[in-house]
Design a protein. Structure first.
Lengths: 576, 576
């Protein structure tokens, strides 16, 4: 493709609403254009990257026996009612009524439709196993779309669903997909990690996430330095590296004291000269599925710890993480503002993080603005509903395998779930087993965010000048800067290299615009093709072309006759 | 692909809701599965056909300089308000509100989004021309989805939009797309016709449709036997083969007479012994854009003619064809039921088809149930608002090029429009011309129904036993019936042919099920791959394989060693 025949406009300025490098670079490089918040048009170059990644995914799945189909984006309410997810999915599921008053939603995921497709056709165990996948546009009404394609509303996803006769076979399917995903992200050529993950409201009880590592990643990953354990912080068990033994200190009399203006743990810690991990903080959540009703519960944590909403969700058996109470609601429950609240005297369930269990004579809010209580002890001063691991684990904590946790940030790009029979039971997706008895089908589901992965690759692979595409999904392997387009000889050298590379299956972009070399080099760095060729008047006179490696910025001069071979070997090298 | 590893279930019975062969065959062949009315899941085989057709379209457009992009399916109301199509598109445009109360629609077409994409980036004439296309899932809330993919709600479409500096260039773009479409449907390998067409509510003033010919086609096409004129009946000018001269008959006195029980033109014609083309019928429509208000108009036609709603729409300058009044509404306007109505005494606009103009002393309804008037004459007895060509043309009529019209039925699969500046003016999509003056961009738009075309090809290419795929989009070129899968020698011959064909780039489906030969032959005919190979015990013992041409049903025996070469030459032959 030649720039003069493309419809590509790069921007010098950073877009106002882009917060992370990959989003900034995709907009500046003309890769995407916003249509509405979280909704984009993909330009020709972005689409090439997306299609290349789709093809990698398709090949790895097909060669493992998965079958590609295409399900609809518009789905009838009735199917979602069967699993109760019409309401359970919440407002992220975009609903609509058609002209006849029938209700539909936009597919955010396709468990219901696939299960329906399968139950209509599968009769006996002979029809199983099957693993169906599709690459399709999905929609979720994100409450706050941001970061470009990273958290968009409309996005391209590969979703796959496995259907098996029994648990053993389902586990085999799960492992096969683990293997396929590992192969996919290896071919993509990015650094990634696989971690244990929460199952969210998809259901099932086993799930792993595939993360592209990147500093700006939304997820925190905790990985044991022994290398056998890795988890998303959401579900990572929290164990102190040096657990505090049960205090042997004498239990003292509880007393109230004034703490005017001390509202945060940091304030208290500084003023009382007590380390934050010996203070106890009280947080309030609503244990209700329904945003309209409030069912307050209190959570006690050490001042140095943070609550893990997913652990709380799982403890309370909710479909979604519970919401924090507002200051108003807290006041209604305790009589005081959040900074002065504590467990003593509360009439609501009180959940205690394990880290608090062995503390004694600690300080909590007095449920009276500007006052705290000291020498508080449980169960003497208040009743604990349950003690549970409720805090976020962090780097330095002890890993379940005995190692020490290290922290990484990642962007979730793939997720595999073992679902069991949650959907097949709800939807009567059964088969006749070898003994002629009806059994529910064992299921798994497996997603890869296609458009998200493409941006995640940029988030990991860029420098101050622009994108540094992994060659696997670069829109083009080679970017030719034709520096003197008016000079017929130079243009002819550039064109013949361009043609020759295409003949050998190496795709090539050529900047044939009437622009200064400096502008072309800047744009080439911004667009980020792995190999750049500078073809200019001086070089051609000397019989040479410059070959630049985008990542290392190494530049070498190569004789015109050798350029194609040089590029070919560089491509092989970058693919390895 | 082997049947045992596919997820394919054929049906013996015709589905209850399928009315035309292609729909029946796609359902029976397991190609598609209904999710909701007009909404389908495409199975693996259907998806292969769709992808093959997409690739043909993509190649033909790309080689003509069109650029592929991908626009969103969910589009903000604001863009559609700019062109007034948020309301003009009517209830076929599926609308929805998101969690924040913002309004969106599902893209039924993408003029607004593309024009927005272009206006944000184009500055000067140097940035033009550009032709952008996408292959994407679209949604229209069809009032009565039917015929499978032929008139579905969710469907796959290729839409392209051209942007040019001036009318000349826009016409060049239009002709280039005409050429591309012709090449596409030639490569598809079906019989098709290009006809002049109405521009609907897309706008613009030049448009042609590409139709796959098929008996069950929804559209009637009229083609001159001179070969220079072809049009959709919707816009085909109607001229009598032998126009009736102005009547020289003496004008008689109008009189009312009783016609008890005579309600139709046929009744009247029989009873009065007057041919239908000398009777005048009166029809009533509402000239209102808005279904809630009624603006009655009357239309007069010869009894032998049918009204053309598109001509009436264009005469009345409406966005959509006007609706017929209900019997109730007619009664409100005339005081009589539709069978007894006429123009005399009406206080509403009266439009007369040209075929009525030269009649005199004719019969019309008396606006009194059970009575008609004879010897009616215009303008003596009523005032005509306008005389216009308002009837449907038909086979045998005179063509504009002087030939005689012949009728065909077709399925519209492609449509090209010259749009002019309708959208660019409404949306301020301008460019600076060479003189530095702002001008609106000249536009065209071009669609191909991808999923529709695949079914239309079946509608044209099938026989009583099943589908007869054109090889261009057959899911597989070859279908191997492995007749004795348990016989190792037979299976090994079949497998090596299968492997060898794949190596040569010929895709192959193998029925390796444990079924009787009769079942396999029936399914092979139903599924419709162009070439079938029967590999069975008797043949293998004799060193032979049967090669069957699906279309002609010709069968030949070929030595095992020659099968691959025979298939290869048959494939070449079928592609030619």
């Amino acid at each position: 493709m030649k720039w003069s025949k493309s419809f590509l406009f790069t921007l010098k300025e950073n877009p106002a609403d882009a917060e992370i490098p990959s989003h900034i670079l995709m907009v500046r490089g003309g890769y995407i254009k916003k249509v509405a918040p979280g909704i984009f048009t993909y330009g020709t170059l972005a689409l090439r990257s997306i299609r290349k990644f789709e093809q990698i995914v398709r090949e790895e799945l097909s060669q493992r026996g998965c079958l590609e189909i295409l399900m609809p984006m518009v789905q009838p309410r009735e199917l979602w009612e069967e699993t109760n997810r019409w309401s359970e999915m919440g407002p992220g599921l975009q609903k609509m009524k058609n002209r006849n008053g029938h209700e539909f939603c936009l597919g955010a995921t396709h468990e219901e439709v696939t299960t329906d497709f399968v139950r209509q056709q599968v009769k006996s165990y002979r029809d199983l196993p099957v693993n169906l996948f599709q690459i399709q546009t999905k929609f979720r009404d994100e409450i706050r779309p941001r970061f470009g394609l990273m958290r968009g509303r409309e996005f391209i996803m590969k979703d796959a669903y496995s259907f098996d006769r029994n648990l053993d076979d389902a586990q085999k399917s799960y492992r096969l997909m683990h293997e396929a995903y590992t192969a996919i992200f290896k071919r993509l050529g990015v650094k990634f990690r696989v971690v244990q993950a929460d199952t969210g409201n998809i259901g099932g009880n086993q799930s792993e996430e595939f993360h592209v590592l990147a500093e700006s990643g939304e997820d925190q990953l905790l990985v044991s330095d022994k290398g056998t354990f890795a988890a998303n912080v959401e579900i990572c068990p929290a164990q102190d590296a040096e657990p505090k033994p049960k205090s042997s200190e004498e239990v003292k009399a509880m007393e109230e004291f004034a703490t005017p203006g001390l509202k945060t743990i940091e304030d208290l810690s500084r003023s009382l000269k007590v380390p934050a991990n010996e203070l106890v903080k009280t947080m309030f959540f609503s244990a209700s599925e329904d945003a309209k009703t409030v069912k307050p519960v209190a959570v006690l944590l050490r001042g140095s710890d943070e609550v893990n909403p997913v652990k709380l969700k799982n403890l309370l058996k909710l479909a979604n993480p519970p919401l924090l109470l507002t200051d108003e609601e807290v006041k209604g429950v305790t009589g005081a503002s959040p900074g002065s609240c504590g467990p003593v005297g509360l009439k609501i369930p009180i959940y205690m993080d394990s880290g608090v269990e062995n503390l004694s004579n600690y300080v909590v809010g007095a449920n009276k603005d500007g006052f705290h209580l000291r020498n508080v002890n449980h169960p003497r001063d208040f009743k604990v509903t349950a003690v549970h691991d409720l805090r976020l684990a962090k780097a330095g904590d002890r890993a379940p395998d005995g190692g020490k946790l290290q922290a990484f940030r990642g962007i979730e790009v793939g997720h595999i779930f073992y679902l069991g029979t949650k959907y097949s039971k709800a939807m009567n997706a059964n088969f006749l087993n070898a003994e002629g008895k009806l059994e529910p089908i064992e299921m798994g589901c497996y997603g890869i965010g296609i458009s998200r992965t493409v941006q995640a690759a940029i988030e990991q692979c860029h420098d101050k000048d622009g994108i540094v595409w992994p060659i696997s999904i670069a829109p083009f392997a080679v970017h030719i800067c034709l520096l003197d387009p008016q000079d017929e000889k130079v243009a002819s050298v550039a064109n013949s290299i361009y043609e020759e590379l295409h003949k050998r299956g190496i795709d090539c972009f050529m900047d044939d615009r009437d622009e200064r070399p400096g502008v072309k080099f800047k744009d080439a760095d911004l667009l980020g093709m792995p190999i750049r060729l500078n073809v200019g008047g001086r070089g051609v006179t000397a019989g040479e072309v410059e070959v630049v490696n985008r990542r290392t910025k190494e530049m070498g001069k190569t004789a015109i006759g050798d350029v194609v071979a040089t590029v070919q070997s560089l491509v092989e090298q970058l693919k390895a």
